[in-house]
Ligand binder design. Structure first.
Ligand code: URP
Ligand code: ZN
Ligand code: ZN
Length: 542
């Protein structure tokens, strides 16, 4: 490995000044192996002990929940919020944080990430951020929990789950899992049941794109929707027509368009809208709730709006790249710059992002994720001669909270309470972990951020905490800064320094039958009773 590469990697971790080992999930030897492996990253303090206070008083800030905001104090004891009210009195042993003039909000929950994921079967191997670096980055940006997509191993959900339990042992914040379904048989159906009833998974993702890799057909989607409904699990879809994308890709190659711009040209909004509409209609036919991941276009958003207007239970998740970027980067003459923007569905032409922001502000789309799925420029260069081989994915886990604040709250598009709803609370509600997560209420987990609206943030790959050497938001300067992140009752981000605890993150089991399932059986009953009685026909006499 070259000196420059080492230096770059070291830079990635200059913000991480100490890793305090809490061996809650890992064995001592496994953790030390991890520490040793990170010595090249300028990490100091492996093997230290956690000395941070277990009692914290957050004083005088504006405490914001999705339903209400007020000036109050928040008292944290042993990782849990013990009290929220004005003028809480405490003893000397408590760490006091003065938050006058600042917002005290639930930590962000990112519903959509891919850490340490093998993807697209190329030499690019795995996404560059694992459960440690991805989560460290998240904490530096005010996100305190995420839900990652487990990939099955050879179609086996149990093996996939096992593999992700291993990967997640490095965690420094809480996390949950969605499960991806890539094939169908009785074993998969049985394993879905185990995932829900024993493993704490309440959502399954179906890819309608990535033909020949993870794409499934309508027959499988229907089976999956039926199974999800019976288990009270939420069906999620990646909505693009994979057959048509395949055709679009061939068309671009025949035209000699092999660069990153060919990626966007091969899979226009039309194909996203078709798959979104199809998935919505099939979910409506089965009568089960549906969650559309990474809504990237006006066309797809309008399909969701139409269905919701008709009363269908459809959730739309835009991601921050789709909200704040446009496709111009894909035409950059520098391959490295253009390739870093390649994700699916593609980042769209100017106009889509603003329309998606409006849809979020009006409640047509309900929560904002990232689809954090980072590949560095070496990995992206695998597709230098053919855009089809560029691993798909962009960063965002560290940037989401700042960018949504800057583009939506600082600009006056949404209220601060709505900010909490779309970055945290709604995710907790949909995945059935509210109010343990997503709220600042007595009894909730002490995952809290303190945001100064008068301070500013700046994004650069030189200072971010992801392991990637690029950042799709490079150079962005905006208003509002997460000055403090508290996770599980510990201050992990303060004065631009991270003090994260390796292995301290817990797996959060998510129970089935969220609020979207309430009363769903009544629609089934009324459907059955709406059917006209079958006609009794007499056989004609011979
Ligand atoms: O380009 C993307 N979105 N990569 C991650 C995998 C997915 O489709 O969510
Ligand atoms: Zn996807
Ligand atoms: Zn994704």
């Amino acid at each position: 490995m070259g000196f420059v590469n080492l230096l770059t990697m070291a830079k990635r971790f200059t913000g991480i000044i100490a890793i305090l080992l809490l061996l809650r999930l890992t064995t001592a030897s496994a953790s030390h192996e991890f520490c040793d492996a990170r010595m090249g990253y300028n990490v100091v303090g492996c093997g230290g002990s956690d000395s941070s206070s277990r009692r914290i008083l957050i004083k005088g800030g504006t405490v914001v929940n999705a339903h209400h905001q007020e000036v109050a104090d928040v008292y944290i004891d042993d990782g849990i919020i013990a009290d929220v009210k004005p003028n809480i009195k405490v003893g000397d042993e408590v760490t006091v944080i003065d938050t006058t003039g600042k917002f005290v909000m639930p930590g962000g929950i990112d519903p959509h990430t891919h850490l340490e994921m093998e993807f697209m079967g190329t030499d690019s191997t795995e996404t560059i951020d694992d459960f440690f670096s991805g989560q460290a980055a998240a904490l530096a940006g005010g996100t305190t929990m995420h839900i990652d997509f487990v990939m099955p191993v050879n179609g086996s959900l149990s093996l996939g789950f096992k593999a992700y339990v291993e990967k997640a042992k490095k965690s420094c914040m809480d996390y949950g899992f969605h499960m991806t379904i890539t094939k169908w048989d009785d074993t998969v159906a049985r394993e879905m049941e185990i995932m829900v009833k024993e493993k704490g998974i309440n959502s399954f993702k179906f890819f309608l794109a990535y033909k020949g890799i993870v794409m499934i057909n309508d027959e499988l989607l229907l089976e999956g929707l039926k199974k999800c409904k019976s288990l009270g699990a939420l069906a999620m879809v990646h909505a693009e027509n994979g057959d048509a994308v395949f055709e679009g890709q061939k068309r671009m190659i025949e035209l000699g368009i092999t660069g990153p711009e060919g990626h966007a040209l091969s899979r226009p909004p039309l194909l996203e809208a078709e798959a979104t509409a199809r998935a919505i209609r099939l979910a409506g036919f089965i009568n089960t709730p549906l969650y559309i991941v990474h809504v990237m276009s006006i066309d797809a958003m309008e399909e969701i709006a139409k269905a919701r207007k008709l009363g269908q239970r459809v959730v739309g998740e835009p991601v921050v790249s789709g909200l704040v970027l446009n496709d111009s980067g894909l035409w950059d003459p520098d391959f490295n710059i253009a390739a870093k923007f390649v994700m699916s569905p593609p980042i769209r032409a100017p106009g889509h992002g603003r329309a998606l922001q409006a849809a979020v502000s009006m409640g047509v789309l309900q929560l904002v994720g990232t689809d954090h799925c980072t590949f560095n420029s070496t990995q992206k260069a695998f597709g230098i001669d053919d855009f089809r081989k560029i691993p798909n994915g962009v960063n965002g886990i560290e940037e989401r909270m700042h960018l949504v604040w800057d583009t939506m709250v600082a600009s006056g598009k949404i209220s601060v309470t709505d900010y909490v709803r779309i970055t945290s609370t709604e995710c907790a509600r949909i995945f059935n972990i509210y109010p343990k997560k997503g709220a600042i209420l007595p009894g909730s987990d002490a995952d809290i951020i303190i945001l100064n609206p008068n301070s500013s943030f700046q994004i650069s790959s030189n200072s971010h905490h992801s392991r990637s050497d690029t950042n799709v938001y490079e150079g962005w300067i905006g208003k509002g800064k997460v000055e403090i992140t508290i996770v599980g009752g510990r201050i992990v981000w303060e004065n631009n320094e991270l003090k994260v605890n390796l292995g301290s993150g817990k797996y959060i089991k998510m129970p089935p039958f969220n609020y979207l399932f309430d009363g769903i059986e009544k629609a089934d009953v009324s459907y059955i009773s709406s059917l006209r009685a079958p006609v009794n026909r007499f056989k004609a006499m011979q």
